[in-house]
Design a protein around this ligand. Structure first.
Ligand code: FUL
Length: 748
């Protein structure tokens, strides 16, 4: 027992979690529970007090403590390069020759991942384990002569590396919908059945049985749950995906029965997509600024058979809580993929998230009161690919380097906050609740980690701020909303020995469990430039070219707070004594060079040449245009939007009116990057003084565009004077049938 607060925790547990203050006096008579009903006549104040006492179950808390977990999407899609299979695939398509689950585990371990959830059955219905109840799976492939079992190999590796295991068992099952003997939506009757159904010659060691009222598909599903939960060691999460590429008949799911089986056979497991764990609402790695895990429900979630996706930005504010009939603890999982897509496709077109991006999502997700679930899809050689491993290792190194050391170790302050335990806590009383921590010596920090005592006291803080004692005064260095399981505050580094946490709004007396301070070794980011149509130039950290499901965050900007940007316009090398960039500024055509400087260290110099301003440009004509990809997008100074022609147009071209006669020395083509479609490999530039009489200025050619879709410049041998320009493609890369242009630029 660490200190006297632990006694209160224990006492609270014995008393059915009646909330106790630090002094030992109950702060309320409301009993802390996982779900608390709102009663008719409860005032708004009571509802909020109740919300402040909603606590995680032991399993939910263990899930939160995992913090960083992995997903493995593997199956026929990894070979067909599809995201969703159709259930009609020949199992032999899953042509696995080797399987290296130790390599997966080693890479996950290096990233600090604690659990791995594998798609033992995705929507296509193909199973990765030796199920007794279907032949549509690994048993019908050539892998180990049909005797292979991916779950078995993975669980063995996980045991070796100390990782927990979870299973993704898709309720939607296209094989069972499409095949003639398929059970999904077959209109079978609900009758009394025994789970597991006995299969001659394949007895179960676990002799538990369940008597259920089920139809064929629900029985099939529960039989499979039984296999998964009894024959592979402890399972810590069961993942039920809500997505349905297709439906059939009136197929319903008897989740309440599935739950009985899970609770009995996998007592340590949380269920995703149901009352235990909720989806964060996107697949991009985006996080809410305020992620409360106390969620209002209209019906008792413990009795609910089906759950809807909660995607609103505000799920748990007071305004939302007032509408609830049940207040329920339900943590979010922030799920996304390290690759563009959930399944492996290839090494060329499918990009991989950078270590920066993974680390940034980690800090936003884990440090924003959620669990980070990152998918790493194995390749067709049964391994994680090198770029994925590199990204995992890089993120893992940053997590360890940053969070292994608490720079407040040995500091003075309430012991319960500094004992590195999220169970002991201190209540901060008074009208302006705050706590001051004094380090032994000044420390330089840019991360501050706070945890509430959620297991017994619940989520209470709604707004807080952090101050550092600098030059004889308190200076606010960061502020945020809720805390919950964990909040990581990120801010430009400060050096101080005294820090003050102020709680500005809370649902009840704040009960803070843990505080620590850290230093993330920032690096000056690489830079990128953009200019609006009327000439406003922005310089910012270079965003990674990862275009699947953009989360809208600039990882480099988020991570590297505290750097400054300097630039030159005269071609000279920029340094800390050049002009400082503070806000977008107007720039006519010309060269710009810029550098970010962090703690006196300069990053890589970035340079760019802006062409003629496009404010007076107009599209006169285009060979053809798709409605959503107008020709104007080729000259709107926004590289994210692009022009795309219709397929097979007789001529693939655009004609631009430059607004005035211009001396054209060069032109630049920026291809669209969302896919390899429509890249202009060869073409011709024609010019005209009046838009009627045309002369050919020059032919051009750009190579390797599909693999390297970066801006290409063509300088004319002799400049041409023109007001009108026609760019015509004569060959599109990869024999694509459309022409696409993200941006066209001309240089005088
Ligand atoms: C979605 C599915 O449709 C995707 O294929 C993937 O499994 C993802 C994690 O969930 O709903």
């Amino acid at each position: 027992m660490k200190n006297r607060f632990s006694v209160f925790v224990l006492l609270a547990a014995l008393l059915g979690n009646t909330v106790m203050a630090q002094s030992g006096k109950p702060t309320s008579t409301i009993v802390s529970k996982n779900t608390i009903a709102v009663l008719d006549g409860d005032s708004k104040e009571t509802i909020i007090k109740k919300a402040a006492r909603v606590v995680p179950t032991a399993n939910q808390y263990a899930a939160l403590k995992n913090e960083f977990i992995a997903f493995i999407h593997y199956g026929p899609n990894s070979f067909t390069k599809m995201e969703w299979g159709n259930g009609k695939e020949d199992p032999k398509i899953f042509d696995l020759k080797e399987l290296h689950t130790d390599q997966w585990c080693e890479a996950m371990k290096a990233a600090g991942i604690k659990m791995v959830i594998i798609t033992v059955k995705h929507h296509d219905g193909f199973v990765l384990w030796q199920s007794r109840y279907t032949k549509h799976g690994i048993m019908s492939t050539n892998f180990k002569d049909g005797k292979g079992d991916i779950l078995k190999e993975l669980t063995a590796s996980c045991k070796k590396y100390g990782l927990k295991v979870g299973v993704y068992l898709s309720p939607a099952d296209l094989y069972q919908m499409e095949s003639t003997e398929g059970l999904y939506g077959n209109e079978s009757k609900y009758t009394t059945r025994t789970i597991p159904r006995a299969i001659p010659g394949r007895p179960f060691t676990n002799k538990t049985t369940f008597t259920v009222e089920a139809d064929d598909y629900n029985e099939y599903f529960m039989n499979q749950l039984f296999e998964l939960l009894t024959e592979y060691g402890p399972i810590h999460e069961v993942w039920f995906d809500g997505a349905h590429p297709k439906h059939k008949g009136d197929q319903r799911y008897t989740y309440l029965l599935w739950k009985k089986i899970i609770r009995k056979l996998a007592p340590d497991a949380v269920v995703f997509g149901k009352e235990d764990i909720r989806w964060c609402g996107n697949e991009a790695g985006a996080t809410r600024e305020t992620e409360f895990n106390v969620i209002p429900y209209q019906e008792d979630p413990n009795k609910l058979n089906s759950f809807s996706d909660l995607t609103n930005i505000d799920l748990g504010s007071r305004k939302e809580l007032y509408k609830g009939k049940f207040l329920h603890y339900q943590p979010a999982e922030t799920n996304t993929s390290i690759r563009e897509g959930w399944f492996y496709r290839d090494e060329t077109s499918q990009k991989v998230r950078s270590g920066d991006d993974v680390f940034d999502i980690y800090e936003r997700a884990v440090g924003g009161n959620s669990i980070f679930l990152l998918n790493i899809p194995p390749n067709r050689e049964g391994k994680f690919s090198d770029p994925d491993v590199a990204s995992l290792k890089e993120a893992g190194k940053r997590i360890t380097d940053t969070y292994r050391r608490n720079l407040l170790a040995g500091a003075t302050g309430p012991a319960a906050l500094l004992d590195n335990s999220a169970l002991t806590f201190k209540t901060l009383t008074g009208n302006n609740p705050e706590v001051v921590i004094t380090a032994k010596a000044p420390v330089t920090i840019n991360r501050f980690l706070i945890q509430e005592a959620i297991t017994t006291q619940g989520e209470r803080v709604e707004k807080h701020a952090l101050d550092a004692w600098i030059d004889g005064a308190w200076k606010e260095v960061a502020a945020a909303t809720n805390i919950g399981y964990k909040r990581i505050l990120r801010f430009p580094e400060v050096k101080a020995s005294k820090f003050r946490l102020r709680i500005l709004e809370s649902r009840d007396v704040p009960a803070i469990a843990n505080i620590s301070a850290h230093y993330y070794s920032t690096r000056p980011p690489q830079l990128q430039f953009s200019r609006t149509k009327d000439g406003l130039v922005t310089i910012e950290p270079l965003q990674q070219n990862f275009e699947w499901n953009p989360h809208g965050e600039n990882a480099l900007k988020n991570l590297n707070t505290g750097y400054k940007i300097f630039y030159t316009l005269d071609g000279s090398e920029p340094s800390a004594s050049s002009t400082a960039y503070t806000a977008p500024f107007k720039m006519t055509p010309g060269k710009i060079k810029a550098v970010a400087v962090d703690k006196g260290v300069a990053g890589t110099i970035a340079s760019y040449e802006f062409g003629i301003l496009k404010d007076a440009w107009k599209i006169v004509e285009a060979g053809s245009t798709e409605e959503k990809h107008k020709a104007e997008f080729a000259i709107d100074s926004d590289k994210k939007t692009f022009f795309r022609s219709k397929p097979d147009a007789a001529a693939q071209f655009v004609v631009i009116d430059l607004g005035k006669e211009t001396n054209l020395k060069a032109f630049a083509y920026t291809p669209q990057k969302s896919n390899g479609e429509g890249m202009m490999e060869r073409g011709v530039v024609k010019i005209s003084p009046d838009g009627q009489n045309w002369t050919t200025l020059e032919n051009f050619e750009f190579g390797n565009l599909i693999n390297d879709p970066v801006i290409r410049t063509h300088t004319f041998k002799a400049p041409g004077k023109a007001r009108y320009v026609r760019i015509e493609a004569t060959k599109i890369a990869g024999d694509s049938k459309v022409l696409s242009i993200a941006e066209l630029d001309f240089f005088e």
